[in-house]
Design a protein around this ligand. Structure first.
Ligand code: C5P
Length: 216
C-alpha cells in the first residue's frame, strides 16, 4: 500500500471494499494499467478476460459453452494456451451468449467486494458487473496502434502471425464485443476515458493514478 494521501484514504476504506473498474478493447493497455494500479495500492487484480478465454478454450476442445461456463474450474484458468489469437476469438464468440455471461457474474462480483480492494479489468465491469465501482476507467487506443502492440507481444512469445492478420483479428473482436446484445463494450457514463494511442505506459498510468486519487 502506497503511503501517499490517496493510498492512506484508500487504506481507511479497505475493510468496506474499494473497486476500480477498468474496461476497454483488446491491447489498449488496460491489463498493464490494471496490474500497476493494483500493485500501487496493494489491491487484488482480476483479469476477467481470462474467464472468457478459459470458456473459449474449452469450446475449442469440443465442450458446450454454457456447460463450460457453469462448471469452470481453477485449473481451466491455469492453461498456458489462453493467450493465443485462436482462444481470443473463441472467447469473444462465447462472450455473446447470455447464459455464459450470467454464469460468470457472481464470481466477478464477489471478487470486486473483497476487503482489501480490487481492480477488475474487462469489457463490462463499469457498466454491468460493478456499476457502483468507486473508480471507472475506459482505456482505449486506435485499432492500428493496438494491433501493432499485440503483434509485438505475440511474436515475442514465438507465435507466427502478420500485422495484417492481427489487425483483422482486433477489428473482428471489437466489432463482436461492441455490437453484441448482452453487455456490449462501451464506456460507463461516469468513466474517465484514457486514449493511450500517444501515451507511454508511464504517462497512461499517471493519468489513471491521478483519477483514482481524485475520487478518494
Ligand atoms: O481481455 P481479453 O482480450 O483477454 O478478453 C477476451 C474476450 O473475452 C474479449 O474479446 C471479450 O469478448 C470477452 N470479455 C468479455 N467481458 C469481459 C472480459 C472479456 O466479454 N469482462
Amino acid at each position: 500500500m502506497a503511503d501517499d494521501a490517496a493510498g492512506t484514504k484508500l487504506g481507511d476504506r479497505m475493510t468496506t471494499g474499494f473497486t476500480i473498474a477498468i474496461d476497454g478493447p483488446a491491447a489498449a493497455g488496460k491489463g498493464t494499467i490494471s496490474k500497476a494500479v493494483a500493485a500501487h495500492y496493494g489491491f487484488a487484480h482480476l483479469d476477467t478476460g481470462l474467464l472468457y478465454r478459459a470458456v473459449g478454450a474449452r469450446v475449442l476442445i469440443g465442450d458446450d459453452p454454457i456447460e463450460a461456463a457453469t462448471t469452470l474450474q481453477p485449473t481451466d484458468l491455469d492453461r498456458d494456451d489462453l493467450r493465443t489469437a485462436e482462444v481470443a476469438q473463441s472467447a469473444s464468440k462465447v462472450a455473446v451468449i447470455a447464459e455464459v455471461r450470467a454464469a460468470l457474474v457472481d464470481f466477478q462480483r464477489a471478487f470486486a467486494r473483497r476487503a482489501g480492494g480490487a481492480v477488475l479489468d474487462g469489457r463490462d465491469i463499469g457498466t454491468v458487473i460493478c456499476p457502483n465501482a468507486q473508480v471507472k476507467l475506459y482505456v482505449t487506443a486506435s485499432a492500428e496502434i493496438r494491433a501493432k502492440r499485440r503483434f509485438l507481444e505475440l511474436t515475442a512469445k514465438g507465435q507466427m502471425t502478420t500485422i495484417d492478420e492481427v489487425l483483422a483479428d482486433v477489428k473482428a473482436r471489437d466489432d463482436r464485443d461492441m455490437n453484441r446484445a448482452e453487455a456490449p463494450l462501451k464506456p460507463a457514463k461516469d468513466a474517465l476515458i484514457i486514449d493511450t494511442s500517444d501515451l507511454s505506459i508511464e504517462e497512461a498510468l499517471k493519468v489513471a493514478l491521478d483519477e483514482i486519487a481524485s475520487q478518494t
